[in-house]
Design a protein around this ligand. Sequence first.
Ligand code: SF4
Length: 427
Amino acid sequence: MLGLLRAAGHAIVPDVGQARGVLVNTCGFIADAAQEGVNAILRYADMRAQGRLDALVVTGCLAQRYRGEMMDEIPEIDALVGTGDFGAVVEAFNRVEHGEKPSYIGEPGWLAPEGTPRVVSTPKHYAYVKVSEGCSNRCSYCLIPSLRGPQVDRKSEAIVAEVERLAAQGVVEAILVAQDTTAYGRSLYGKPSLAGLLREVCSVPGIEWVRVLYTYPSLISEELIDVFASEPKLLPYMDIPMQHGSDRILRAMRRQITRQGMIDVCNKLRRRIPGLVIRTSLIVGFPGETDEDFTDLMTFIDEIRPERAGVFVFSPEEGTPAADLPDQIAPSLARERRGIAMERLAQISRQFGESRIGSIQRVLVDGPSSESELLCVARSYAEAPDVDGSVYVGDATLRAGQFVDVRITDAVEYDIAGEPLEPIAEV
Ligand code: SF4
């Protein structure tokens, strides 16, 4: 959307105080995320009411989900753009400029036409690359398929061409994302084709690291493991949402794999991919979750020992089958379970950090540290941006985008620290 707006002559400014119009891109799949979006909209609605903005356009899942009521509830909103209509964003602003209040909400599901201009909003040395839109799974707690439509995939040539363009702009780490990256290719090629895509992306000159997020455990094939085991640019970091460790709950969630199936996959991955770091996400407080189910989850955590993890409290979303299930769990109990699980996972993360003390890790510098002017923050293969911790490096002169080898000296729960050896590359 930023790319389309810029190509149409709009300037993108870093500070809302300089802007005449605001586009709020929202997430709406659980209540907390929706609340965050509403808070942002209300902030800009105030500015709109005070005449400090000429246009307030709301897009994304929240607009799609609450299309019927959003403009009535917050009349300062000038236009809505749904998840199937991102291409209409320029027209939306133009019509607002002419005094209209348009709403573009059709069926969800939009794949950017190839060659759509892009503005990369991450730091210059890494970028997310979306390989598919939507999701064809039907997890019983999840609104995403109804907000984003079934999975549609981008052609591999188009993805590779985008990665080449990003590399030419200085990106060295490409992070492939989708709702379910392992299903990539089904809509186009009739079968999951992530392995082939990864080989192609890894062959792009200038790209040094390739990271993949959101892999569905039942679709981790031998072929995919082979690529992870053999492709040096593909980071040995697997983000595998597992959601629970009790088969009863997994069935109620309509996940397509069992507890043992996930344990087997993880064991196989750890055997085949040296140094593998596993990230997962888990949900506690799913309807009907008994003490026994929760114990199953805790023993599952001990079996998998994911180095990275997030635990979420179940959020009953209207329109999902899980919201109507009996035996909803009290939020206080769910929060208590989350605390217990997080404590165990933090311990595992710290033990992993401690096991790295004394080792030499190649890191990619993200920039100066906000905690100390003597340090910079960086990430190794084991830390994805935004979701994981950092590697603090004792040299503030290093610049964002540099690779450097670091001897690890300290570890706390989620972060590690070390001293640099010689810088090895520069963007
Ligand atoms: S795979 Fe992920 S996005 Fe798709 S339905 Fe399940 S939880 Fe939602």
